[in-house]
Design a protein around this ligand. Structure first.
Ligand SMILES: NC(=O)C1=CN([C@@H]2O[C@H](COP(=O)(O)OP(=O)(O)OC[C@H]3O[C@@H](n4cnc5c(N)ncnc54)[C@H](OP(=O)(O)O)[C@@H]3O)[C@@H](O)[C@H]2O)C=CC1
Ligand SMILES: CC(C)(CO)C(=O)C(=O)O
Length: 320
């Protein structure tokens, strides 16, 4: 809902850990709106330091000729909000990166896909300094310092509490949402982060997984009756996984996700892009962790288990 949040005159400082498709897009939008944003770069640090960031977007292209770019997290200033936008396959770096870059009263906002990352981050910075967010975004990094935003962009954020207990709506969530809304990003507040994460998996588990295993785009998976029914079966298994964790995904949610994907432009999922580029897949956070959460509650998810095993095989062969 546009302008839902009253803007607080105190503006947060932001750190973007991972200036790629997602972090580069949201970070650039925040800077363009006048916020203080610090970017952690990797392979294109020198390039971005010199030339800035280019964003091609369906909402209008823009260039930031100067950005506060850093080659290492421990050279960044401590910030109010640290946006975690690395691929989850790089999360082993977090114990070195996070303690320095988040202020004592700051917060790490995990914008990665999957499940269970907030638990890991809480072990490093404490549960009271963790929030999560689900991004309904189609964006790619297409060249050094060059982000292409293809579609959507809404973010649903939720507070984290130990063991993913529902934590309700807080003042700081509203303040962060106000910053993003100022930057033109549509925001939603979730009372229950675990439910929101399971709901996002209703999309990610079938499409990210099948796109790799079957070498297919979303439109191909939807137009063939066999794969269309496989997608739906996987979605219902995710709904069952959520149920095992006492989270009820409404019946019509599966229909909504199928309809949403039918309306999407043909899309190569991020996992498929990673596979094609021979990068490691986010298989543990997107498949392994949801399976482990459900298994701990005694639930058996056979189709997702099979997809997980196939993806692990493909991933290990692809990266060797
Ligand atoms: N892209 C999208 O539309 C969406 C993405 N997501 C999720 O967001 C997360 C990020 O994905 P996405 O932005 O697509 O991924 P990208 O690969 O585009 O971005 C990740 C960035 O992290 C950087 N990076 C890698 N290693 C390091 C390091 N050691 N130090 C600093 N930076 C590093 C990479 O730099 P370099 O390239 O130079 O190595 C890259 O720019 C994932 O969990 C994804 O599933 C969720 C919804 C939509
Ligand atoms: C559904 C989609 C494609 C965009 O909202 C997405 O969330 C993803 O690629 O992870």
């Amino acid at each position: 809902m546009a302008n839902q949040f009253i803007y607080n005159s105190f503006q947060h400082s932001y750190a973007i850990l991972g200036t790629g498709a997602l972090g580069g897009y949201y970070g650039a939008c925040l800077q363009k709106a006048g916020l203080n944003v610090n970017f952690l770069l990797h392979s294109d640090y020198e390039y971005v330091k010199k030339h800035g960031l280019v964003v091609e977007s369906k909402n209008g292209d823009f260039t930031l000729t100067q950005v506060q770019a850093y080659p290492e997290a421990n050279k960044m200033p401590a910030c109010d909000v640290v946006i975690l936008a690395l691929k989850t396959t790089q999360n082993h770096l977090l114990p070195q990166m996070l303690p320095h870059v988040v202020k004592d009263n700051g917060v790490v906002l995990v914008l990665q896909n999957g499940l269970g990352v907030e638990d890991e981050v809480a072990k490093i910075v404490g549960a009271e300094r963790v929030m999560g967010g689900l991004c309904f975004l189609c964006s790619n990094k297409v060249a050094p310092g060059h982000i292409r935003h293809l579609d959507y962009g809404e973010i649903k954020i939720g507070e984290y509490a130990a063991n993913y207990q529902a934590a309700g709506i807080t003042n700081r969530m509203q303040q962060i949402a106000a910053d993003f809304e100022l930057a033109g990003i549509k925001m939603e507040l979730a009372e229950d982060l675990l439910l929101a994460r399971w709901q996002k998996l209703v999309w990610n588990i079938p499409y990210n997984g099948l796109s790799v295993v079957l070498d297919a785009r979303t439109d191909e998976l939807m137009s063939n009756p066999d794969t269309r029914s496989l997608v739906e079966e996987l979605m219902w298994e995710v709904v069952n996984g959520a149920k095992s964790c006492d989270r009820i995904i409404p019946q019509n949610f599966v229909e909504t996700m199928l309809h949403y994907t039918n309306k999407m432009k043909p899309y190569r999922t991020s996992m498929k892009i990673d596979y094609d580029e021979k990068r490691p897949l986010e298989v543990e956070t997107m498949f392994g962790n949801p399976l482990r959460f459900a298994q701990e509650k005694g639930a058996n998810l056979p189709n997702i288990t099979m997809l997980y095993q196939q993806l692990k095989f493909l991933d290990s062969r692809n990266c060797n």
